[in-house]
Design a protein around this ligand. Structure first.
Ligand SMILES: *Cc1c(COP(=O)(O)O)cnc(C)c1O
Length: 365
């Protein structure tokens, strides 16, 4: 067998290649490439998919995050609570506005430990960034209770959780804004960079529409200093095709996860846990192993590629040296960074490929 990759985007493409190609040609021939009928249609369809009133297409997930904090008026001097094991982009969304990230340790579900949030709240706390990591919802009940009690804004980062739920409600619809990335490896991945926000607020949705297009609604009439963060027609058209297959993609990933769960029996491996009330769309199948680096090397020698999400927690990254955090300050976060490993997981993964992964993981001693 050839090398098994941690992710294989070509496989997912090949499942519906003709549909994407037909749409791409349609968009090319339309003669209209930015903010047109594909974007309008996709925004309606994505809002319906998550059950939100509005969706506004943007250029990336990071843009969705930083523009959210900008429009919620979170700025220098303000603090935003975020899980310590977040992806670096989550933290950048906060710091690009001059605000300060306040890290809270993850729990056994690899997401923010909601029981530790209250202790991190100060008079400067303005918001919580709820990152639904690896395809699973945070405890949104507790987070929304705290937000209400302390009058905090809540932004949900759903980049890795397209279409999964907390107590039956789709993530992205609990807080003030839900942010999505359509980076190619995400659940509903584009064929380039793309992102969006969802919100139930008419006022906020309108602000995003203005902000993404140089602060203008009417051509050459600029109301605010905005940015250029527009979803393009090609990506929107292709995302519309992807969206029609989302249930099938998520079901396939659930079946792959079920099989890993049942058939990986090596006691050195700790399986991911799904929080009661959440359902996972298995953006990643993240195991914990104390001898993670050895396991990763062992699998690599057997032509099985794995990935670490993420090896360096944001508080220890060079980019955030200015925050003055030291190693040992967030011991759970740091332990997870040393233990986590994402097994191959992608749509179009064959039975034989998964068998090879399972056998190799079980053979590790
Ligand atoms: C991918 C990702 C982002 C950033 O999205 P881009 O589209 O790459 O800018 C932000 N947060 C999380 C959790 C992500 O996985």
């Amino acid at each position: 067998m050839t090398m098994i990759m941690p992710n294989n985007l070509g496989r997912q493409y090949s499942l519906h290649a003709e549909e994407y190609e037909k749409k791409a040609v349609e968009v090319l021939r339309s003669g209209w490439y930015i903010l047109g009928k594909e974007v309008d249609a996709f925004e309606k369809e994505w809002a319906d998919y998550v059950g939100a009133k509005h969706c506004v297409g943007l250029a990336s997930g990071l843009d969705a995050l930083w523009i959210s904090f900008r429009l919620l008026d979170i700025k220098e001097g303000d603090e935003v609570i975020v899980c310590g094991n977040a992806y670096i982009a989550c933290v950048m969304g906060i710091t690009m506005n001059g605000a300060t990230p306040v890290f809270v340790e993850p729990d056994e579900y690899d997401n923010i430990d909601a029981d530790k949030i209250e202790a991190a709240i100060t008079p400067n706390t303005k918001g919580i960034l709820a990152v639904h990591l690896y395809g699973q919802s945070c405890d949104m009940t507790k987070i929304m209770e705290l937000a209400k009690k302390y009058d905090l804004r809540v932004v949900e980062d759903c980049a890795q959780s397209h279409g999964n739920h907390w107590n039956g409600q789709v993530v992205g619809t609990f807080g003030d804004v839900g942010c999505f990335s359509f980076y190619p490896s995400k659940g509903c991945g584009a064929f380039g960079d793309a992102g969006c926000i969802v919100t139930n607020s008419d006022e906020l949705a309108n602000k995003f529409r203005v902000y993404r297009n140089y602060g203008s609604q009417k051509r050459y009439h600029n109301e605010v200093v905005g940015t250029n963060s527009r979803l393009d027609e090609m990506q929107a058209g292709l995302l519309r095709v992807k969206l029609t297959h989302m249930n099938e993609f998520n079901a396939e990933r659930c079946a792959l996860a079920d099989r890993y769960m049942k058939e990986i029996t090596n006691p050195l491996i700790q399986h991911p846990k799904v929080r009661p009330g959440a359902d996972s769309t298995w953006h990643q199948y993240v195991i914990h192993c104390e001898r993670r680096d050895e396991l990763m090397e062992y699998l690599k020698e057997r032509d099985i590629g794995t990935i670490i999400h993420y090896p360096i927690p944001p508080h220890l990254s060079e980019a955030y040296a200015y925050l003055g955090k030291k190693k040992g300050e967030y011991p759970i976060t740091e332990k997870y960074a040393d233990e986590v490993l994402s097994l191959p997981m992608y749509n179009g993964m064959t039975y034989e490929e998964q068998t090879a992964v399972i056998e190799a993981v079980n053979a590790f001693k």
